[in-house]
Design a protein around this ligand. Structure first.
Ligand code: SF4
Ligand code: SF4
Length: 447
């Protein structure tokens, strides 16, 4: 008998050890005496006394196994339960123009000020809706479906968002279109008006505003003239509040945020957004954040999570992992692109997987005008399908295997030349999160 290769230990500082099964995503706690007794039993065959019941429990729950073969069987069973990809998330990039020039933007190479060739036309929007109709019709089973209008700044091409929704209505009236599709727009918030807010609300389009919360942190989000944009966005958030338009915040954590974290947290609480999502910086040719940045950003996210959950506000990214941990479920992909579950439609109709590649159009090998396009037959989608730690050899012995989701393949490609390389900045983040999950569970269990 031996400990499973998926069993990992965490010294909890007092007399306890956290034990985490990285494939079954389960945790429990042992006293250090129990752990030593079991170690001695495994090493020298010493008989178990006080820890006998614990060892039986560990054995019946795969923390202890008879041989490597048992681990291999368990791994095979887990992999067999993974669903084939289904297009869950769709980005409709209605324009690659943007009125902002954020200092940390990772697609800044492609984003222009006012280039007509970077604006989606009605012809492309119509073909996109038809492509989605065919795609949804092929995959009629239960899974989350979201269509997100994206840019550049999507509200620069608001007419096409309206047209796209009209097309959805037209298609819906004569062909299969699932009733549970959610719609969203991710905007920099500068172009919100009473009129477009009204349209978004009438059409159930969720609004996410990229806003870095306090004036000091938001200073990275300058406009094309190099001017600060805090006041205009803050005023438009007030407009949403006045118009009773629910909104979420997409907050990029910069060094400024970390320096000013208390003010950021207070302001988030006062704004009462529906949800928030933190983004860590993605490296690009203008920006290479240090490891320390990712450590501090993760600690900040954990701090915020702890404080905001007491007020009923949950940060999306953390919450997905926390939920997987609570439900003992494998969390395979940290973004939909990773499993080949995402379509990105560029303004010219190009079909890709990840919007990061709008820069160089890598993995954009199809077009909405191709009526025979089926993502299941696309070699690009097949290639991305297995981009999860569960299939990656470097991840097999990692404590985060079943719960980290593998970070951002685009960042891994940018840093190491392949989406199948590790996104190692994200590993720093994931390892800290897993340790915190175990410690937090331990503290709550003790209570
Ligand atoms: S690969 Fe990275 S940039 Fe692309 S969708 Fe996923 S998280 Fe976003
Ligand atoms: S991606 Fe990094 S943190 Fe996640 S399982 Fe692999 S090695 Fe571990």
């Amino acid at each position: 008998m031996q400990f499973s290769k998926y069993t990992h230990f965490f010294d909890l500082g007092d007399n306890s050890v956290g034990v985490f099964h990285s494939l079954l995503v389960r945790a429990l706690f042992l006293s250090k005496e129990e752990k030593s007794e079991i170690d001695a039993f495994l090493k020298d065959g010493r008989s178990l006394k006080k820890a006998k019941a614990t060892a039986d429990f560990l054995y019946s729950n795969y923390y202890l196994v008879d041989s490597e073969k048992e681990d291999e069987n368990l791994y095979r069973q887990c992999v067999e339960m993974i669903y084939p990809p289904a297009i869950s998330n769709v980005y409709i990039v209605v324009t690659e123009n943007c009125n902002f020039n954020c200092k940390y933007c990772f697609i800044s190479d492609i984003v222009s000020t006012n280039d007509k060739s970077k604006v989606m036309t009605q012809e492309v929007a119509k073909a996109s809706v038809e492509l989605l109709q065919r795609t949804y019709e092929r995959q009629q089973h239960e899974y989350d479906k979201t269509i997100t209008f994206y840019g550049g700044e999507p509200l620069l091409n608001f007419d096409i968002i309206q047209y796209f929704m009209q097309e959805v209505d037209r298609v819906k009236s004569k062909a299969y279109w699932p009733s549970d599709v959610k719609y969203a727009v991710i905007s920099n918030g500068s172009l919100l008006t009473k009129e477009n807010i009204y349209f978004l609300r009438q059409n159930n389009i969720a609004l996410s505003i990229s806003y870095d919360v306090d004036k000091y942190s938001h200073a990275n989000r300058i406009n094309r003239m190099g001017e600060e944009t805090y006041d205009v966005v803050r005023n438009n958030i007030q407009l949403c509040i006045d118009e009773k338009m629910p909104y979420s915040l997409s907050i990029t954590i910069s060094e400024n945020t970390l320096r000013n974290k208390d003010a950021v947290l207070q302001e988030i609480l006062s704004l009462e957004p529906l949800t928030i999502a933190f983004n860590m910086l993605i490296p690009n040719k203008h920006l290479t954040p240090s490891d320390t940045y990712y450590e501090k950003a993760t600690d900040f996210m954990i701090d915020c999570f702890k404080q905001l959950r007491n007020k009923g506000l949950y940060e999306d990214r953390m919450m997905r992992k926390v939920q997987a941990f609570i439900d003992n479920k494998l969390y395979l992909y940290d973004c939909c692109a990773s499993g080949g579950n995402q379509l990105v439609i560029a303004p010219d109709g190009g079909i890709g997987i990840c919007h990061g590649y709008l820069n160089d159009r890598k993995y954009f090998s199809s077009n909405v005008r191709d009526e025979y396009f089926d993502f299941r037959k696309s070699s690009d989608f097949t290639y991305w399908k297995k981009r999860s730690p569960i299939f990656m050899s470097e991840c097999q012995d990692c404590e985060c295997l079943g719960i980290c989701g593998g970070g951002c393949p685009y960042a891994a490609d940018y840093m190491h030349g392949s989406i199948y390389a590790l996104d190692d900045r994200f590993c720093i983040h994931a390892k800290r999160i897993v340790r915190w999950l175990i410690e937090d569970l331990y503290m709550n269990t003790k209570k």
